[in-house]
Write a protein that binds this ligand. Structure first.
Ligand code: DGY
Length: 429
């Protein structure tokens, strides 16, 4: 049997569409924002210029206002819904109308740290694009400067159907004139591993609203059907700002320091709004009603990655992490397995995701929580070694779920096995 390293490289090459990589064929036939960030990190271990091409292709779709959309549609593929005709953003290349967790600056810093002069030169080239993206996030997603980043669609969190969004989704009124549509995802993956029909109607309601207001993000933030704070996006953006500052230092771009420091300060101050006392942890929260979600997720666990919280708050989050890991065979599940809404196989309502584990592990290791970090890292490795490059995994028995031959799972596996990749490439040459 070929080694998993060989398989991971093969998956990434197979998903290459000539300058950009799809997450997996058929189910996701375009370029996705945070997928491409992690995918670049994986590709870098066997092809550096191609990894940078992944990033610059994504940046080619950046909007004039700085937003990097969550999907870039370079062709119309009838296998996917909702495609470019549904979004109607009128961009070139065609794209969706909102963003995704901003992981790019952190990926780029990582490439600079482990790379060479070539990576530093590429990072210098894209730095102004990263600044524009973060400026867009800081203004369009927090127009009143509260430090709390709001997402306008569950898809913007990347954790599409997590119960975190149930409160925000409940208050969406599906209009009688909702466009008629046909889902494609359930033609590729068992429907019990995907969001429900009712959730899809609400997802599409938000898109219809965005279209009606010409994707004016200030309007959508104030009046759109959905506005929630996501611990995932909040902590990822905070970390990305810290990493952007470090990148500016390495590139000696002193003019950028003050603006980035301001973003860091504001977003760090905003994090406490997500702290739920009776849970003793960070939870998603509806920005308009103030209502909280009521469970710890793998996104809550990114608090260490964002480097936030008092000593007591961190101790409480580490205790949650231990408890949740004890409640399942493989961590870190996307929803608390001791909560009644847990579903071990339904997408973001339970399953384990390698990219989340990757960020959680970095955060826990930075915080000195080595035992927890090692457990999660070793679970990620075991899941891939047992069941291959699945999109996500059952935390109870490790079954691989969703799309198979998945780019970001392959990428994270390669990043975790980087010494093995170097040895593999040497043997192959
Ligand atoms: C989907 O189609 O399921 C995507 O996650 C939307 O980004």
């Amino acid at each position: 049997m070929e080694s998993r390293i060989e398989e991971a490289i093969k998956v990434l090459k197979m998903n290459d569409r000539g300058g950009y990589t799809v997450p997996t064929s058929r189910l996701y036939p375009y370029q996705w924002n945070w997928d491409s960030g992690f995918t670049a990190l994986g590709i870098w271990h066997f092809n550096k210029w191609r990894a940078w091409l992944e990033i610059t292709a994504l940046l080619d779709a950046q909007w004039e206002d700085g937003m990097i959309p969550h999907i870039v549609f370079r062709q119309n593929d009838p296998d996917y819904f909702p495609g470019p005709m549904i979004w109607q953003t009128n961009t070139e290349p065609p794209s969706s109308g909102h963003s995704q967790p901003p992981v790019l600056a952190s990926v780029i810093l990582k490439l600079v740290e482990i790379g060479s002069g070539y990576d530093l030169r590429k990072a210098r080239e894209v730095f102004p694009r990263l600044m524009a993206y973060h400026r867009w996030y800081a203004s369009a997603r927090d127009p009143r400067g509260t430090g709390v980043i709001g997402i306008i669609h569950p898809w913007e969190s990347g954790r599409d159907n997590c119960p975190d969004w149930d409160i925000g989704m409940e208050s969406i009124e599906v209009p009688a004139d909702l466009m008629r549509y046909k889902r494609r995802d359930t033609a590729h993956v068992d429907s019990n591993q995907r969001p429900t029909q009712d959730q899809y109607d609400r997802f599409i309601t938000i898109i219809q609203y965005g279209r009606q207001v010409g994707w004016n993000h200030h309007d959508i933030h104030s009046n759109g059907p959905f506005l929630m704070a996501d611990p995932g996006v909040q902590f990822i953006f905070l970390r990305a700002n810290r990493d952007l500052l470090e990148l500016a230092r390495r590139l000696e771009l002193t003019d950028a320091y003050d603006e980035i420091q301001e973003w860091i300060q504001r977003v760090e101050d905003g994090c406490n709004w997500l702290w739920k006392d009776d849970i003793g942890g960070y939870c998603a929260r509806d920005i308009r009603s103030g209502r909280f979600s009521d469970a710890i997720t793998n996104a809550s666990m990114l608090c260490f990655y964002g480097d936030v919280g008092s000593d007591e708050q961190r101790a409480s989050m580490a205790a949650h992490c231990r408890r949740i890991l004890n409640a399942c065979r493989y961590g870190m599940p996307s929803w608390d397995p001791e909560h009644s809404d847990f579903e071990s196989r339904r997408y973001w309502r339970g399953p384990v995701w390698a990219i989340m584990n990757h960020m959680i592990t970095i955060g826990l290791a930075d915080a000195g929580e080595d035992e927890l970090a090692n457990r999660i890292q070793s679970d990620t490795r075991q899941l891939v070694e047992m069941n291959g490059m699945a999109e996500y995994f059952d935390p109870m028995d490790g079954t691989g779920l969703g799309g198979m031959d998945f780019s970001w799972t392959a990428a994270i596996y390669l990043d975790q096995s980087r010494d093995g990749v170097a040895a593999h490439l040497q043997n192959a040459s």
